[in-house]
Write a protein that binds this ligand. Structure first.
Ligand code: ZN
Length: 136
């Protein structure tokens, strides 16, 4: 069971949305909004197909990704976010070398419709990588 992470629009915090998925596929989430526990602002799960979230965490956690590699992935995501990257192609290209699985997921499943969606997506990915690093 995975409590799908949501991203706050106001403070950028990543938190459990309360929406739980259980090894399901093809869960399409559109317009899910909830209140941020950190700042009380408004956050949400980026629109998309979320069957991959569980896989993503498994892939990264069970993968021979070293801590150093995850740190580099985090840096890449952070840089993309700071640079205001606005196409998923840029994200895929940047991730291809260090994290081909993530790049594939972004390419296959995530089609951000707006730069704001992509920003939320990058924040979400950062949050997941950061959680894994903390656990390790
Ligand atoms: Zn917040």
């Amino acid at each position: 069971m995975i409590d799908i992470p949501a991203v706050c629009d106001d403070c950028g915090g990543v938190f459990a949305s309360g929406l739980v998925a259980d090894e399901s596929t093809d869960i399409t989430i559109i317009g899910f909004r909830t209140t941020c526990p950190y700042c009380g602002g408004s956050g949400g799960i980026p629109d998309g197909s979320y069957d991959f979230i569980g896989d993503t965490i498994q892939v990264l956690a069970a993968n021979p990704y070293s801590r150093e590699r995850l740190e580099r992935v985090r840096t890449i995501l952070d840089e993309l976010r700071s640079a205001g990257s606005n196409t998923s192609e840029e994200v895929v290209a940047a991730l291809e070398e260090e994290a081909p699985e993530l790049a594939r997921i972004v390419r296959d499943h995530l089609v951000p419709r707006t730069p704001a969606d992509l920003y939320a997506l990058l924040t979400l990915l950062l949050g997941i990588v950061t959680l894994i690093l903390k656990r390790g």
